[in-house]
Design a protein around this ligand. Structure first.
Ligand SMILES: *Cc1c(COP(=O)(O)O)cnc(C)c1O
Length: 371
């Protein structure tokens, strides 16, 4: 039995009728640009994020780029972020005119280390961009306190963490609630995936919301009046309709992912060569990825490939070691926790529709490798 890393066809068969009906409604009215599904989804995602505004855009990348643009970064302005993330996190900082400043991660959660953020603040720091990696929130309380003390905005990269929450002072706070602006991705493989590209920003800052709405529409609140230069980054109405039909399933999908994660973690309990993901006790993880640290990771990956077991390495090269950022001057060994994670991390299939026999097959293949 082969087990794919992700099986979107399995999900499709469970939601087909809902999604096709929602799409057909858009088709029948031919309102493809900013049709009613867009503001409906914006309201829904804002509500889910305990935020006032949702602003749809073309991708998760743009959902980070536009708030960075709204900071009006000047050459030399710095944005502190993690090197252990998808490229877009730092690529957007560069494309907004800023300089990414990479700091190390916490080895247990793989998330940005607030103490390292604090040490990296300079007079040129304009923002902190934590990533809620694999679906587990970063230490937002600490990060917000650092940001507030230094007058620096916090932009959450929640592309992998829609619906994730964290208990702070006895209260559940969700991804997208505390940061200045938060970016989500609806890339098809994300926990809430469209049938194409899509993204959304959420914020509770009214002025920021107005600015972001302008920036996604060529800088003009009123058609053919341009207060500044923006771009075309709308969320496609068909995609908004797909997502609206899928939102009601999100909580049960996340619960399934947590259930699978608990199953794996129990099954690997006595296996000394792998370390299951650590969930910070304050967090409710949504397991966008289930990521082990594994001895002889690359050999394990080759073994799983041979066995027909889906897996992926997120991320094999931390961003501070990417050739495009060579001129920033980070050396091998400069961010050791991120570098070690890039050598040890391996993600396993964790999509909601996985069956018990499939989970067992993954477990057996891994145990078999170390036997
Ligand atoms: C997917 C992802 C993005 C970018 O989203 P796109 O929709 O693919 O542009 C940004 N940051 C992280 C951490 C991601 O996982």
């Amino acid at each position: 039995m082969n087990v794919p890393m992700l099986d979107l066809v399995a999900q499709y068969s469970t939601i087909k009728d809902d999604v096709l009906a929602a799409m057909m409604k858009v088709v029948e009215t031919q309102q493809f640009i900013m049709g009613p599904a867009v503001p409906q989804l914006e309201a829904e995602i804002a509500r889910l994020s305990h935020a006032t505004h949702g602003i749809g855009c073309a991708s998760g990348t743009d959902a980070l780029l536009l708030p960075l643009k709204a900071l009006n970064l000047k050459s030399g302005d710095e944005v502190i972020t993690t090197p252990f993330t998808f490229f877009a996190t730092a690529g957007t900082i560069h494309n907004a005119g800023g300089t990414p400043v990479f700091v190390d991660i916490q080895p247990d959660t793989f998330n940005i280390d607030p103490a390292a953020v604090k040490r990296a603040i300079t007079p040129r720091t304009r923002a902190i961009m934590p990533v809620h990696l694999y679906g587990q929130m970063a230490d937002m309380l600490e990060l917000m306190q650092i940001g507030r003390a230094r007058g620096v905005k916090v932009i959450e990269d929640a592309a992998q963490a829609i619906g994730a929450r964290r208990k702070i002072d006895g209260e559940w706070r969700v991804a997208g609630e505390l940061g200045w602006v938060t970016g989500y991705s609806f890339f098809p493989s994300k926990n809430l995936g469209a049938w194409g590209d899509g993204g959304m920003m959420v914020t509770s800052d009214d002025a920021a919301a107005d600015r972001l709405k302008r920036l996604r529409l060529h800088g003009g609140a009123k058609q053919y009046h341009h207060d500044e230069v923006g771009t075309n980054s709308r969320l496609d109405t068909l995609q908004a309709a797909v997502l609206l039909a899928k939102v009601p399933y999100l909580a049960q999908w996340s619960a399934k992912r947590r259930e699978h994660a608990a199953y794996y973690t129990k099954a690997f309990g006595d296996l000394l060569q792998v370390k299951p993901p650590v969930v910070d006790p304050a967090n409710e993880h949504i397991f966008h990825q289930y990521t082990l640290r594994a001895e002889r990771r690359d050999d394990l990956a080759a073994h799983l490939k041979k066995e027909g077991i889906g897996h992926a390495v997120y991320y094999p090269i931390p961003l501070h070691r990417q050739p495009c950022f060579a001129d920033l001057g980070y050396k091998d060994g400069s961010l050791p926790h991120a570098e070690q994670a890039s050598h040890e991390a391996i993600s396993l299939p964790i999509y909601p529709e996985l069956t018990r026999p499939q989970l067992d097959r993954v477990v057996d293949a891994i145990r078999g490798f170390y036997r």
